[in-house]
Design a protein. Structure first.
Length: 107
């Protein structure tokens, strides 16, 4: 099964070949930016910046390389292009990019 077939089977209450995985496809399945940085370190993903799309919850956009390494079956419905970005520093000292305004960048 591919990811699409796996998700459709699950939604239709049929047994897929494996449990579908999701990280960061929607805001309720997001991953906090500091934890995302640690995950990237463990996976040895060195490319890409960390983009925080939800300033309140500190949620990071999940990159394709991370999705592929983890076998994630979902794709983000959050736009991958953020506007009005500013360089910031996360609580652990890691640089990241935040939208200029506070709250959800797409609201």
């Amino acid at each position: 099964m591919n990811s699409r077939e796996r998700l459709i089977a699950s939604i239709n209450h049929r047994e897929p070949d494996k449990i579908p995985l999701d990280i960061g496809s929607i805001i309720v399945a997001g991953i906090q930016a500091v934890i995302y940085k640690k995950l990237k370190d463990v996976l040895e993903v060195r490319s890409g910046d960390i983009y925080v799309y939800d300033v309140i919850q500190q949620l990071a956009l999940v990159e394709d390389e991370v999705r592929e390494k983890l076998g994630i079956d979902t794709i983000s419905i959050i736009p991958d292009k953020l506007s009005d970005l500013r360089e910031r520093t996360m609580s652990d000292g890691t640089p990241c990019k935040y939208p200029e305004r506070v709250g959800y960048f797409y609201s």
